[in-house]
Design a protein around this ligand. Structure first.
Ligand SMILES: NC(=O)C1=CN([C@@H]2O[C@H](COP(=O)(O)OP(=O)(O)OC[C@H]3O[C@@H](n4cnc5c(N)ncnc54)[C@H](OP(=O)(O)O)[C@@H]3O)[C@@H](O)[C@H]2O)C=CC1
Ligand SMILES: C=C(/C=C/[C@@H](C)[C@H]1CC[C@H]2C3=CC=C4C[C@@H](O)CC[C@]4(C)[C@H]3CC[C@]12C)C(C)C
Length: 554
């Protein structure tokens, strides 16, 4: 796409008058800094210490205490009267979850099952490199339970408050997903309570393998997840991080990004040629920094001439701003303690923190109040006005899309045209071939025409994260967020790609099932009696507003 056409598009857009919502958003920090930040800090301290206090009072969680909690869930499911009660969903309050969307399905007729008790790590087996967790365990609990032992989950999604149940029934991704896939693919077993009250353990190759394959992306519409076994890997104490700047067209950015982790000789499983972590941040239509990471020992980090930078400290610049400095400095390398690396976007909520606390990256703010960051997403959700919520739908971009790598350049061009929102986040991930009719699968026939990154058993894809204020909105021009989302959904359907479902979904049920494959999902819902017991995935993620089927009590 040439610069000239982009310029013409900008000139063609009408101007609009600033509204009250623009004002509210600009000055939201007046409430966030003195109220939400201290409350968030207190909340984090509670969450940090409560499990220890609980353990002191009640003893260590065990398989027995887990089984007792599962039994209570099972009994509640069994007690549901199909004639009288609504369809099943979890009892988690919508504001407590990380997802941006308003969970309307928690307002109408429903039968709630409380999973709140299931918030413990049941056991960790360092010999077999496995951890068993309950679904309400959060990412911060997961890293705290594993890193002190020199092990970590293969994929550890970034935001502290995400739950294991949420990232399996939705999706979870991190910079190591180009090796291990999405979070659900790093789990070796799911323990589920089914519609008839049976408790089953589903794995990739037991009699419940269809359930195991169908649960990811199903949003709790197949069964209630009550336990998960997650694979672990041994990790070193540091990450050697290399920042590579790119200046050029969006196509060049896509090419340099891909070259950094997809060897052109297709030797994808060779750890010498593929880094442990990859992430791209696109700062404008012509600049980006690609970050690659390799685990390193403390000895290597401490070697003469190496730079150690623990950017996890509150007074340090936000990660995306620090990475951007590579555009001036050129390529540079530094060693970062792994925990700080894993949580590199936590303090700034990626770059969304800048909109909520505009002075948050100022050196003085960081020094004096940086330790209070980030505001807790749930408290932001709880205290946002209807105006703010609508602003996020109409004048803000918050969407993620999964595209095969060979369509990335075209996707970036589309994003520029449709959203013009920067920075953009690029996170590669493997999509493992199933050929079972799973909601997501590789492009048919990809393995007979492999592109760099592909293997016989998996295709390389990228998550493109679009979060922020679109260019036209910044310039006070007319821009319609709902229409932009519809355009994006159409682009994804036309290009056999997928929308991530934690944000607003505008497409109809028919369009949704053009994007996602319903074959296995429907077969499993039917086989295990979920259709008449659990709300459907579309009903949940579309805010029940589009006459979706299987949503209401018949
Ligand atoms: N780095 C990453 O990968 C990031 C991922 N996200 C996305 O944000 C979303 C929100 O996360 P989070 O707040 O933890 O999750 P939520 O509580 O929002 O749950 C997400 C969905 O999964 C269902 N669900 C959750 N737990 C269970 C369970 N134990 N059994 C059955 N169904 C369950 C919920 O059902 P119900 O509606 O009935 O409660 C809901 O539909 C995730 O889905 C994730 O995809 C967001 C940011 C970053
Ligand atoms: C999908 C990924 C990361 C996404 C995050 C950047 C967004 C996920 C949820 C988003 C938010 C939820 C609710 C909010 C309340 C509003 O009042 C303000 C905005 C926000 C905090 C919003 C900000 C962006 C998210 C955190 C990845 C990494 C795959």
């Amino acid at each position: 796409m040439d610069q000239q056409r982009r310029g013409e598009d900008k000139r063609a857009r009408e101007k609009r008058a600033p509204s009250i919502a623009d004002f509210l958003i600009q000055f939201r920090w007046i409430v966030v800094i003195p109220v939400i930040l201290p409350l968030s800090f207190l909340f984090y301290q509670l969450v940090r210490w409560l499990p220890t206090i609980w353990t002191l009072l009640h003893g260590l969680p065990s398989e027995e205490s887990h089984r007792a909690a599962v039994e209570r869930v099972r009994r509640r499911v069994k007690q549901r009267d199909p004639q009288r009660d609504g369809l099943v969903c979890t009892a988690r309050r919508p504001w407590l979850g990380v997802a941006l969307r308003n969970a309307e399905h928690k307002r109408g007729a429903r039968y709630e099952v409380d999973l709140g008790e299931l918030r413990n790590v049941v056991w960790i087996d360092r010999r077999r490199l496995l951890i068993k967790c309950e679904p309400m365990v959060t990412m911060s609990q997961l890293s705290a339970a594993t890193l002190p032992f020199g092990v970590a989950p293969e994929v550890l999604p970034e935001l502290d408050d995400l739950t294991i149940g949420g990232v399996i029934n939705g999706y979870g991704i991190e910079g190591s997903s180009h090796i291990y896939g999405l979070f659900a693919e790093t789990c070796s077993a799911f323990e589920l309570v089914l519609a008839d009250g049976r408790v089953v353990r589903a794995t990739a190759d037991n009699e419940f393998s269809d359930l195991y394959k169908a649960v990811p992306w199903s949003h709790g519409s197949i069964g209630l997840l009550v336990g998960v076994e997650i694979r672990l890997i041994p990790v070193k104490e540091f990450m050697k991080v290399t920042y590579t700047p790119v200046v050029g067209s969006l196509a060049k950015i896509a090419e340099v990004y891909e070259d950094l982790f997809c060897p052109r000789d297709l030797d994808q499983d060779n750890p010498e040629k593929v880094p442990d972590f990859v992430e791209g941040i696109v700062y404008s239509g012509s600049t980006a920094v690609i970050t690659t990471g390799r685990y390193a020992t403390r000895e290597e980090a401490a070697r003469k001439g190496n730079v150690i930078n623990d950017f996890g400290w509150w007074w340090k610049p936000w990660f995306h701003i620090h990475a951007q400095s590579a555009l001036e400095r050129g390529t540079f390398v530094e060693y970062v303690p792994v925990r700080s690396y894993y949580h590199r976007h936590t303090r700034s909520l990626y770059w969304e923190g800048g909109l909520i606390v505009p002075m948050g990256n100022h050196p003085l703010f960081r020094l004096l109040l940086g330790w209070l960051m980030p505001p807790k997403v749930s408290l932001l959700k709880l205290t946002q006005t209807d105006g703010i919520r609508k602003y996020y739908i109409q004048r803000h971009a918050c969407q993620d899309m999964l595209v095969p790598n060979h369509k990335l350049a075209a996707c970036l061009e589309f994003c520029h045209e449709n959203f013009e929102t920067y920075p953009l986040w690029l996170c590669p991930h493997r999509l493992f071939k199933t050929e079972m009719g799973t909601m997501l699968d590789c492009e048919p026939g990809f393995s007979s025409n492999k592109q760099p990154g592909d293997t016989d058993y998996a295709q390389m894809w990228t998550d493109v994260g679009i979060w922020g204020v679109p260019g036209p909105v910044l310039r006070c021009e007319v821009w319609d967020g709902v229409q932009a989302t519809k355009n994006m959904e159409k682009w994804l359907r036309d290009n056999r790609s997928y929308q991530c479902l934690y944000a607003e979904v505008e497409q109809s049920e028919g369009e949704f099932w053009q994007m996602f494959d319903p074959s296995l999902y429907n077969a499993v819902r039917n086989k295990y009696g979920a259709e008449s017991a659990f709300m459907s995935v579309y009903y949940k993620i579309s805010n029940c507003k589009k006459g979706s089927k299987h949503g209401k009590k018949d």
